[in-house]
Structure formats: C-alpha cells, structure tokens
Design a protein around this ligand. Sequence first.
Ligand code: SF4
Ligand code: FES
Length: 236
Amino acid sequence: MSTSPQATFKLDGRDIPFEPGQTIMQAAQAAGAYIPHLCHHADFDPIGSCKVCSVRIKGRTVTSCTMPASAGMEVESEAPDINLDRQRLIQMLFVEGNHHCPFCEKSGNCHLQALGYHLGMQDTHFVHEYPQHAVDATHPDVLLDRSRCVLCELCVRASREVDGKNVFAIGGRGLKTELLINSPSGTLKDSAVAATDRALSICPTGALMPKRQGFVIPIGQRHYDHADIAQRPEDT
Ligand code: SF4
Ligand code: FES
C-alpha cells in the first residue's frame, strides 16, 4: 500500500513538512527551523501580538505563529529587511520599558535580551521613554516588575490554562497598557499566584520572578551565555 507524500512548504528555500492545521511556526519548530518570536510558545495557542515572527509570502507580511501552513507556499524569513524590522520591534520594546540588563537577575536567561543578541542589536535606536510602571512586591514569594513586562500574555495563558488560577490579565490602552492582577485588591498578595506557577517560569523577561532567587545561576551557566536563542528551541 502506498502512502501519499507529506505536504511541504518552503522556508527560505528549505522544504518544511507539515500536518493539516499546523501554522508555519509550528511546522518550522517541528522541523528544527528557527523563526524569531517572542509572544509565541509551543505549549500555547498563538495570539499574534508581538509581530517578531513576521515572515513574507508573495510580498505580503504575515505572522508565522498564526498563519496556517499550506502546500507549496514560499516563505521568506531570513531576509535582511525582515530581520531589521524584527530588530526595530525589539528596540521599541527596550525603550518602552526599563530593561537594564547588567543588573537584571533574568540577564542571560531573558528572551528579549537573547533576541537582541540574535538580531545583532547594538543600541536601542529609539529615544528611551523611561516610563513609570508600578512594581508589585506585595506577595511574600513573587515579584512583578511591570517595567520589564513586554505584554506577551504568556503568563495570562499559563495561569489560566496550566495553573488553573486566572491570576493575570492585560488591561489599559496604548502606552498605558499593563499587566493586571485578578484579585480583590488588584495586587499579588491577594491572588492565588505561587512562585512555582508556570506563569512565572514561562515569563520571557524578568517581569515575573520568584523572590530571593536572584542571581542564583552564575554567569557562564545561564541559557544564553554560550548558545544563541536559535540553538535553544526547548526554551521557547
Ligand atoms: S509578566 Fe512576563 S509573561 Fe506576563 S505579559 Fe509580562 S512579559 Fe509576558
Ligand atoms: S511570536 Fe508571532 S506575533 Fe509574537
């Protein structure tokens, strides 16, 4: 009995097989091909908000984490102009927050920082806005520094779908958009969050962190001290 060949599309000229219903990102990840991304995580349904995963198909820009794969499509990802657009998005996130890598305990394990390195970012390009965002240090074991939040909603999805707690939500508009806490006081101390929640471990930046664990991993042993983010697909 013959089996029909698996459908494929081309990613930067490489054949990528896919199953019906898979997105470009899912198929690329399954084939071991890296497309830069930030708000996407393989464990969760995509929301397509950060645009870092944007690719080009027939001159049209689409987010690869939400675009279904289809047979024969030709997808461009590693083009200099596409990577420059990605770099600009990362630079915008840097200036819209307060990301001070040298003294952030997530340094070396941070996806935002690692994407900056991956994309060859040398500076922040835009003028820093130094916005004031509230820190929530009310919980005995969990710290939220909204200045480091990139609004990826991964904690929102993880708290709801894995932890079964629905602690987080995104609210506000424009530059006032921020992470909200679903609790009577709006602070972490009255919420059901715990330091062991998936919502914390999935945070790609130093925004949501367990307390009293800063700098426990020595420099040289952190995820991206020796490996580019493209070489650590298990993290993302
Ligand atoms: S706290 Fe972390 S996981 Fe949650 S939205 Fe902000 S950056 Fe994303
Ligand atoms: S990773 Fe696709 S839009 Fe953020």
